[in-house]
Design a protein around this ligand. Structure first.
Ligand code: FES
Ligand code: FES
Length: 132
């Protein structure tokens, strides 16, 4: 049911953990499945220099967290904001339809962490704060 990439990122997750005194923190959850994802970012200037995740969830949620942290590291905040759940799912060589929402959680987690950083620095949030 899962691709090789999903299995790889699930069994050998990249960037698992938490950045102490992170510059941006995003915690999101899905009330339906109960999964929770916490993203912490280290930001220097306009660039994400490190990203870590802690996810309490299914294999697809863990693989999505691992992949999204890999995708945004080294990117500017604007570039990282544009990383969609579709891009995460594609990088994972696809997710089963009933597991696509797990990649949505990853996109939401990044958005929330970036907006946390922006808010702390007196900038308006880029998102509308809504959760799907
Ligand atoms: Fe699972 Fe949206 S339904 S994150
Ligand atoms: Fe809900 Fe994976 S089953 S995030």
């Amino acid at each position: 049911m899962y691709s090789k990439q999903v299995m790889d990122h699930f069994t050998n997750p990249r960037n698992m953990g938490e950045i102490p005194d992170a510059d941006g923190v995003g915690e999101v959850g899905n009330p339906v499945c109960g999964d929770i994802m916490r993203i912490t970012l280290r930001i220097e200037g306009d660039r994400i220099v490190d990203a870590k995740f802690k996810t309490f969830g299914c294999a697809a949620a863990i693989a999505s967290s691992s992949m999204v942290t890999e995708l945004i590291k080294g990117k500017t905040l604007d570039e990282a904001w544009s990383v969609t759940n579709r891009a995460v799912a594609e990088a994972l060589e696809g997710l089963p339809p009933q597991k696509l929402h797990c990649s949505v959680l990853a996109e939401e987690g990044i958005h929330k962490a970036i907006d946390d950083y922006r808010t702390r620095h007196g900038m308006p949030p880029m998102g509308d704060g809504s959760q799907h």
